[in-house]
Design a protein around this ligand. Structure first.
Ligand code: FEO
Ligand code: CA
Ligand code: CA
Length: 831
């Protein structure tokens, strides 16, 4: 009997196939064994059976008894969490059985490649942790042998080479990763529409992918294709927002206006390009969407909606369409998402105010009708008089003269109709600015606008960790300059059984209709308070002189006015929130703020400066967009006692955006370099706890929506393994804009260093937004929004996604699209 002396554990560290010895590859070993067994048995088929450990080999005859085989589990290795590990045993002699088992350490699932080889994903750990594995083989004579080996797993580290900043017209990802374009503007997703021509002639977007893909969730789908399966990483529902439109590319020669009015067909198309998509996606060899998926659905600004929660039926929600204030039509400017553990999707109405027309004279009509307060509210929410509304939809004269789907965008009060607003659309703006819950597993369900979560420019709504018996929290940013960050705490404590309930919107009623809405105040000592927006408390009464509140519905409809009254902290444009699934810490992107001045910085919004590079080199960038806080930052907080019910918290700033070339003392406060410098963080998401990326030291993704660094690079996505609140210290900086200077102190987290790295750069003039993964973390879906948004039909400025596989011969109209990113070795994305 001959012993094979080449022993190894091969493992893949995510960069290259790592075999640190000069050993032959497995195939070489097998070949060697073949030749030796051929000598013994005189036949290759018997040898093959022995090597791969099949049934008893008896080719030698019944009178021959083999001794115990000689085995080795290989030498010890060290790897990090999330990496694919391959255990390769060596064995000599004939065997009847051979198996790998785990002896100690955090349990892993061993995937059998063949009798001597298994693979597993290194588990999440917070400190270096040994895992011991045993290879056991039994010889044909019944004698066994075994051998142990140790794999030491260290905490997760990023496992890719940083992508360089670039302005290419393509999605760039690291070596070892691939990009599949999955779902593009105009792609058919319900029956009755054909292939997208992409020349402005297409219609019926209520059956096609909408434009400006944004926040997005993947829900695993059962084998029946009808129910949730949180474990499915090969079949799912992708639910995504279509925030807005790149109007110019939707029509043959751009938008038209005839005699001051928009053509009905153009306006309808533009409306239907907004909203939400629900599409089935499947992974075979590659990912694709199912154009005829049973649960496919398009929700648009025309889809019937129901109001829910304390403001349902309020006077300010009553319209000609909904005289009792309980219903509405559609959702618009849906930005980020929320993923509820009971398998529903939250879509968030962000820049809805811009779509409304309000004629001069409206305020006087409202005042005469007893609605003077509404003028205060409309002004506070950015709807002053004398505005026509985005895209001029209210100018349409429909063929069906009874239709109000265009007139509703004119919020001007009609003095000839009822003072309570039931005869016109003066209250239509109050029907927007809400968090909307959708059940993607019931295509006939009516989405519910959850009024308890307040009305604002809702960017997103993310639920914190759910712990049985504890009331869950929902974190929300109001994205406009100097607006606030909020949390809602349910009245109901979490019950794990709700995660599998079939009446999903009823579970939403339980957690999202009753509770307390809070706004954040951040203090210079690193503490903060959650201030309750509860009618009758503090300034939230009818005695308030700025805005006399009538009841809780009035507080919720006018959330911003209530938060003003409470003295909340004005932030640098709160965008996405994300909760670290291991620590519960909440992260919030503050994208930028051109109105921040040297005089009004604070500890949590500490920078006011001029982006000198842009001012000097990019004549198209105006001073207004490069001063203030042009590059944004990411702030984070930890609830007192680590409970979602806390009324106070500790905070610091995880990272400041900045070009690596900017002043390291006063601007580039996180020490960013060429591998990780970024500007204007927006999308933000942690990996799922169903895989390594959401455990121990979770992986966080940051996406940018930038206008300040775009002279150097297109928008991007970065991966990070962040630390914890308080891991840095206090810094005092000098802010300077023009001739004004002043000092400001702030709390800066530990410099991220190599634990923050650029993973992706998008095509020209896009924003990267929307991210979710499959439960196994091996497929990551990302949205590319508005490539080529500054172009025209005559001068197309991006041909993406057509350009992803090579520059087209002539420019092709760009399309917002979902991509899916996978590793060519099948491992977990990012680690
Ligand atoms: Fe839709 Fe605030 O980004
Ligand atoms: Ca956004
Ligand atoms: Ca944004």
């Amino acid at each position: 009997m001959t012993t094979v002396t080449d022993l190894s554990i091969a493992y893949d560290d995510g960069d290259i196939d790592t075999n640190r010895t000069t050993n032959p590859h497995l195939n070489d070993l097998i070949a060697v064994r073949y030749s030796r067994r051929q000598t013994l048995f005189g036949g290759i088929s018997a040898a093959a059976t022995a090597v791969f450990g099949g049934a008893l080999v008896s080719a030698c005859g019944s009178d021959e008894v083999d001794p115990a085989p000689t085995v080795s589990a290989g030498s010890a290795v060290t790897t990090s969490a999330g990496r694919l590990v391959t255990l390769v045993a060596t064995v000599s002699g004939t065997t009847t059985n051979a198996v790998w088992t785990q002896v100690s350490g955090p349990a892993v699932t061993l995937a059998v490649v063949d009798k001597t080889t298994v693979t597993f994903t290194a588990p999440a750990v917070t400190a270096s942790t040994p895992l011991v594995f045993r290879f056991t083989a039994v010889g044909t004579g019944g004698a066994g042998a075994n051998s142990d080996t140790t794999v030491t797993v260290t905490p997760a580290v990023l496992g890719f080479t940083a992508v360089a900043k670039n302005r290419d017209d393509i999605v760039t990802v690291p070596a070892g990763y691939s990009v599949t374009v999955l779902y593009r503007l105009g792609d058919p997703m319900l029956s009755g529409v054909g292939t997208y021509a992409n020349d402005g002639s297409d219609t019926t977007f209520s059956r096609r992918a909408g434009d400006h893909h944004d926040g997005m969730t993947y829900f695993g789908l059962s084998a029946t294709g009808t129910a949730p399966d949180p474990a499915s990483s090969t079949r799912g529902l992708l639910v995504m927002n279509h925030e807005n439109i790149t109007q110019v590319y939707l029509h043959p020669a751009g938008p038209t206006t005839v005699g001051g009015a928009r053509p009905e067909a153009e306006a309808l198309k533009e409306m239907e390009c907004h909203g939400v998509s629900v599409i089935e996606v499947n992974r075979a060899t590659t990912w694709s969407y199912a154009p005829t998926g049973a649960l496919n659905r398009r929700i648009t600004p025309l889809t019937p909606m129901a109001f829910s929660g304390p403001a349902k039926g309020a006077t300010q929600l009553k319209t000609r369409y909904s005289p009792d204030g309980s219903a509405g039509r559609g959702t618009i400017n849906n930005c980020a998402n929320g993923t509820m553990p009971w398998n529903t999707y939250l879509t968030n109405e962000e820049n809805w105010a811009g779509y409304f027309r309000r004629n001069t004279g409206d305020a006087a009509v409202r005042t005469a009708a007893g609605g003077a307060k509404e003028n205060t509210s409309l002004t506070r929410y950015g709807i002053p008089e004398a505005r026509t509304g985005n895209y001029g939809w209210s100018t349409v004269t429909p063929a069906d003269t009874s239709s109000t789907i265009y007139a509703r965008w004119n919020a001007t009060a009609n003095a000839a109709t009822a003072a309570d607003g039931t005869g016109d659309f003066r209250h239509e703006p109050f029907q927007f600015g809400w968090v909307v819950e959708i059940d993607p597993f019931d295509a006939a369900s009516t989405p519910r606008k959850r009024t308890a979560l307040g009305r604002m420019n809702h960017e997103g709504c993310v639920i914190g960790r759910t712990i049985a018996g504890v009331k869950p929290a929902f974190y929300m940013g109001d994205d406009a300059q100097n607006e606030y960050v909020y949390k809602f705490v349910s009245n109901a404590a979490w019950s794990a059984a709700d995660a599998t309930a079939s009446n999903r919107l009823a579970i939403g009623d339980k957690y999202l209709d009753a509770g307390t809405l809070y706004v954040a105040k951040l203090n210079s000592d690193g503490s903060g308070q959650w201030l309750p927006l509860v009618f009758g408390t503090g300034p939230l009464t009818s005695a308030n002189t700025t805005y006399p509140f009538a009841d809780q519905a009035d507080v919720l409809i006018n959330t911003r006015l209530a938060a003003d009254a409470l003295g909340a902290t004005r932030m640098d444009r709160p965008e996405w929130t994300a909760v670290n699934p291991a620590t519960g810490e909440m992260y919030l992107t503050l994208t930028n703020n051109s109105s921040r001045t040297v005089a009004n910085t604070d500890w949590a919004n500490p920078r006011a400066y001029v982006d000198q590079r842009n001012a000097a080199t990019n004549p198209t960038v105006t001073a207004a967009t490069v001063s203030g806080n042009p590059n944004g930052h990411v702030i984070r907080l930890r609830e007192t006692g680590d409970t979602s019910e806390a009324l106070s918290f500790a905070w610091d700033i995880y990272a400041f955006g900045a070009g690596a070339d900017l002043d390291p003392v006063n601007i580039n406060l996180s020490g960013l370099d060429a591998t990780n410098d970024f500007s204007s963080p927006d999308g933000l998401w942690f990996g799922l706890p169903s895989n390594v990326t959401g455990n121990a030291t979770p992986l966080m993704w940051i996406q940018t929506d930038d206008g300040a660094y775009t002279d150097v690079t297109n928008c991007m996505m970065l991966a990070a393994i962040p630390g914890v609140v308080g891991d840095g210290g206090v810094k005092t900086i000098t802010n300077t804009i023009g001739t004004t200077s002043g000092t400001q102190s702030t709390r800066v987290g530990k410099a991220p260093g190599t634990a923050l790295r650029r993973f992706l750069v998008g095509p020209r003039e896009c924003e990267i937004t929307g991210i979710f993964s499959t439960p196994d973390g091996k497929s990551v879906f990302v949205n590319i929004q508005h490539p080529g948004e500054n172009g025209t039909v005559a001068a197309i400025s991006s041909s993406w996604p057509a350009s992803q596989t090579g520059a087209p011969a002539s420019p092709v109209r760009p399309r917002s699209a979902t991509i899916v990113i996978t590793r060519t070795d099948g491992g977990i994305v990012g680690l």
